[in-house]
Design a protein around this ligand. Structure first.
Ligand SMILES: [Zn+2]
Length: 915
């Protein structure tokens, strides 16, 4: 799936309404996110120094040591194994592998309009009829077959016939449903024989659900303002079972022959290319699709639509099409161009060509970005550059690239179970940079990797609340949905980026190519990847990749490395870095002591010109309390040294005071000797260490002063840290402290506000790497500046709001600034401003506007208004699940609403978590 809805504790203060890329189960995720957000906000209040003066102390490492440097060849060491085994009940709710599906034939007919209904078996709109034939192979002799089925009505009785023998007796005896696991168990009259094939056939009906999971209806307004319906699917996580009885786990890959029946004035798409189209009668047609091999159920896709398309055949002969509602087709060429170029590039880069005859990209109105094999489904504004001002080229190209990467990572090679979802999402996140760099080299994507991906993961992972990226996942809808976490995507991507650097890009790429080749059309787990990377490295670095990476993937968190220099020698120690002292839960696969194999890189003041490309490297090992090494001989006594060259390592670093001072002096004098990534890294590391009182706050302040005007990236880094201070701007904060914080936060934001502010024509010199991350977009700047009390910003926003209230028939507020204007209109307004907004929310039918109003209403500083708003949102006739997510997140993010959200969540936990 596309990147998950993100929240970042240090980013985008006051920013609301950002997209969440997944559907079912996301509310539970949101609720958990809100909890984390609330907890983190309280921590911040606890940890913030009483003033912005120095009041921290640097942690000292032991000053004496005797041993020589350690840098052992890793592959010769005995492999580290997790010390405990996974929980024994982990297989609860999992399908037995006594029979395996080999081929499905499936036929579906959705009923979208009133005049479709007479042909529906359920006699209702928004249902579908279908049948499925599944050819299974018996592996172990059994007289029952267990598969998944949910919310499906079976018509008549299934049949089970032997394919391999002449005996055509129906073996079916009875079936029962086990609701807890969505199991359908077919009882047979006799035992099946191993290696024989059997045909299961069922006729059934299902529901086109209203929660954007499984097969569901979507709608849009055409140019004559008529409501048009389409039917589309979202099978990931476990939602294929709502569309057809099937073996709904990722290892049960099979081939599919699909037929879709639809009105004569509509068309259909599925994973394979259309092979035949027949008219059944005056109302219905049937479209047949080419067989697609080796598809896990979560990658199936069916769309019935009345869209238009443009297409191109790429250099490797694959037909690429972009589909959208007819009125938007003029926005499709950018997507077609990017997908064409990136797909061909990946064919070559990954050493295996995309194997299907076609790849469709379709833009639908609902919130989705799903990499179905051969048919990627996107929310329209993610795919169609220019549809929403908020989503620039960078955003659209990143999203397309992410989904394209899944054609290899997930589709060609599928994870065995959801506990290795990071192999899908980590790789897709990592590959975004490679694909976008190919089509937009001017974006300098790799320079942004740390800022866009790694830093966000470091921030979240230091809360200690997210499990390891390879933690156990139960066969349960919520558990599977929760696996799609920020950490899975961003820590996953960051660890791959770290591996690329310690193995070298050549070795890493070779290993990845081998992995794709070896596991093509099959399933994989992380062990397969470790094996191929170790093999590719056998004559180069000889790393034992499994041993190293187990410490990163089976444990939550990451280390803080503390370095202390005496003379030319350095001692390094590691400990887990957490924002608060807490006991870390066991991650389920084992306890490795929360120590890591750390590829510690560094550069130094007198180092060679290319040292950021070829930094010094030392391995730290979990079993060593201290790691000793010497700086190179040409290092001078008063040289600074700087660890984590280009910020490719997943750790933070602390130094002895003298070195911090030298780095501070260098930053003040000539920061350009540092790499771009390390400039941002110095701001972020010093900030995070100051927050946890490892170093004085003055270090962060000085780095931020010296570096923030150095480049747009450093400016943004400074702005992003400022959101930490925003958390202290609630109305209950001591007024003196509040004003000091406000002045400081304003000074951080002012340069960017002055530069872009309300200028609609301003195009940032760097892309919005992800607009939702709010780091590089001008649109956030107005929001942040207003948030910190910039008078100019607030006056401008409230004036625009009043103007709109005076004449609501015509909205002159530019799209890009509506979020800021609505939010501040309400924040600084009274009851009439609130009522106006609520009316707009209630009566509006534009979903983007609705989302803006739903979020803007959470900007109020009046706790009682926020409280009644939360009560109102529980009314499902006015508010959708999506609204509830936006509102909960918004109130929790509002410093004046945080406590309100927490109380509400506690009082209404059951109702919300089951929504
Ligand atoms: Zn994805």
């Amino acid at each position: 799936m596309g990147r998950r809805g993100e929240f970042n504790l240090e980013e985008e203060p006051g920013r609301k309404g950002n997209g969440i890329y997944c559907s079912q189960g996301v509310l539970v995720f949101t609720v958990l996110t809100v909890c984390v957000l609330i907890a983190a906000t309280s921590l911040m209040t606890y940890y913030i120094p009483l003033s912005l003066k120095d009041d921290g102390v640097a942690t000292k490492a032991p000053a004496a040591w005797t041993d020589a440097p350690t840098n052992k060849p890793m592959a010769t060491d005995p492999p580290a194994e997790p010390t405990t085994t996974p929980p024994s009940d982990l297989m609860r709710g999992r399908l037995p592998k006594t029979v395996l599906p080999r081929r499905y034939e499936v036929n579906l007919r959705p009923f979208l309009y009133d005049d479709d209904v007479p042909d529906s078996k359920m006699g209702e709109r928004f249902t579908f009829d279908g049948w499925v034939r599944i050819k299974v192979e018996c592996i172990e002799p059994r007289d029952e077959i267990t598969l998944h089925s949910k919310n499906i009505t079976i018509h008549g009785m299934p049949t089970v016939l032997s394919v391999s023998t002449l005996d055509k007796t129906d073996l079916f005896e009875s079936y029962k449903m086990v609701e807890e696991y969505a199991f359908m168990i077919l009882k047979l009259k006799q035992m099946m024989k191993p290696h024989q094939e059997y045909d299961i056939y069922m006729q059934y009906s299902g529901i086109l659900g209203d929660d954007e999971a499984g097969f569901y209806p979507d709608m849009y307004l055409d140019r004559f303002n008529n409501t048009r319906y389409i039917a589309t699917t979202q099978m990931e996580g476990p939602y294929a079972r709502r569309v057809l009885p099937c073996f709904d786990e990722p290892t049960f890959k099979a081939s599919y022959d699909v037929q879709l029946e639809h009105r004569n004035d509509m068309q259909a798409l599925s994973n394979g290319i259309e092979t035949k189209h027949i008219r059944l009668d005056g109302h219905w047609s049937r479209t047949y699709f080419e067989r697609v091999p080796s598809v896990p159920t979560y990658l199936l896709a069916f769309v019935v639509h009345d869209f238009s398309s443009i297409n191109v055949t790429n250099a490797n002969g694959c037909l690429i099409r972009v589909w959208c509602q007819p009125d938007l087709i003029h926005l499709a060429p950018y997507a077609l161009n990017v997908s064409d170029r990136v797909q061909t590039y990946f064919d070559d880069y990954l050493g295996s060509e995309y194997p299907l005859a076609k790849l469709d990209h379709i833009a639908v109105p609902s919130e989705v970005a799903m990499e179905n094999w051969g048919l990627i489904i996107y929310e329209d504004s993610y795919l169609l550059y220019g549809l929403q001002a908020l989503y620039g080229e960078a955003y659209c190209s990143e999203t397309i690239t992410h989904e394209l990467a899944h054609m290899w990572f997930g589709n060609l090679v599928t994870m065995e179970w959801w506990d290795d979802l990071w192999l899908n999402e980590g790789f897709a996140t990592y590959m975004e940079h490679i694909g976008v760099d190919h089509v937009h080299p001017e974006f300098n994507k790799f320079q942004s990797f740390y800022n866009d991906i790694t830093e966000g993961a470091l921030a979240i992972d230091s809360l200690g609340t997210f499990p390891a990226i390879r933690a156990p996942v139960y066969a349960d809808d919520d558990d599977i949905s929760n696996a799609f976490s920020f950490v899975t995507y961003y820590k996953g991507g960051s660890l791959l980026y770290m591996m690329e650097h310690f193995l070298t890009i050549e070795v890493f790429n070779q290993g990845v190519k081998n992995y794709l080749k070896e596991r093509a059309y099959k399933n994989a787990n992380a062990e397969h990847l470790w094996h191929e990377l170790t093999y590719a490295d056998r004559d180069v670095g000889k790393h034992d990749v499994k041993k190293i990476m187990d410490t990163w993937t089976l444990q939550r968190g990451y280390p803080l490395i503390t370095l202390t220099r005496t003379g030319n020698s350095i001692v390094a120690t590691q400990r887990i870095f957490l924002q608060i002292n807490k006991t870390i839960e066991d991650d389920g696969f084992g306890d490795l002591g929360y120590k890591w194999y750390v590829p510690l890189t560094y550069v130094y003041e007198s180092g060679p010109g290319d040292q950021y490309e070829k930094p010094q490297q030392v391995w730290m090992e979990p079993s060593d309390d201290y790691t000793y090494f010497d700086l190179p001989d040409d290092a001078k006594a008063d040289d600074w040294y700087l660890a984590n060259a280009k910020m490719t390592g997943f750790y933070r670093v602390n130094y002895e005071d003298d070195n911090w001072q030298r780095l501070l002096d260098q930053a003040a004098m000539d920061p350009d000797v540092f790499s771009e990534e390390n400039k941002v890294g110095l701001i972020k590391d010093s900030f995070n260490l100051a927050k946890t009182e490892v170093v004085p706050m003055s270090y962060y302040r000085s780095f931020s002063e010296s570096l923030r005007n150095n480049s747009r990236r450093t400016r943004r880094a400074a702005v992003s840290t400022s959101s930490y201070f925003a958390k202290m701007l609630d109305t209950k904060t001591n007024i003196k402290r509040r004003s000091a914080v406000q002045t400081y936060a304003q000074s951080l934001v002012e340069p960017l506000y002055m530069e872009s502010g309300w200028d609609e024509s301003f195009v940032p010199d760097l892309p919005a790497a992800s607009v939702r991350r709010g780091k590089s977009s001008r649109f956030d700047i107005t929001s942040i500046a207003c948030r910190y009390g910039n008078r100019h910003c607030i006056t401008k926003a409230t004036d625009m709001y009043k103007e709109y209230m005076n004449d609501p028939t015509y909205n002159t507020i530019p799209d890009n600034f509506r979020t800021t204007v609505y939010c501040n209109g309400i924040r600084f307004g009274g009851e009439s401003e609130w009522d106006f907004a609520f009316d707009m929310l209630r009566t509006g039918d534009d979903r983007h506007e609705r989302a803006r109003w739903a979020s803007a209403l959470t900007c109020s500083v009046d706790a009682s208004l926020l409280q009644s708003y939360l009560q109102l949102m529980m009314d499902s006739t006015t508010f959708s699940r999506r609204d509830v997510e936006l509102i909960l997140m918004g109130v929790a993010e509002n410093p004046d609403g945080c406590a309100v959200a927490w109380d509400f969540l506690r009082d209404n936990w059951d109702a919300i978590s089951t929504m």
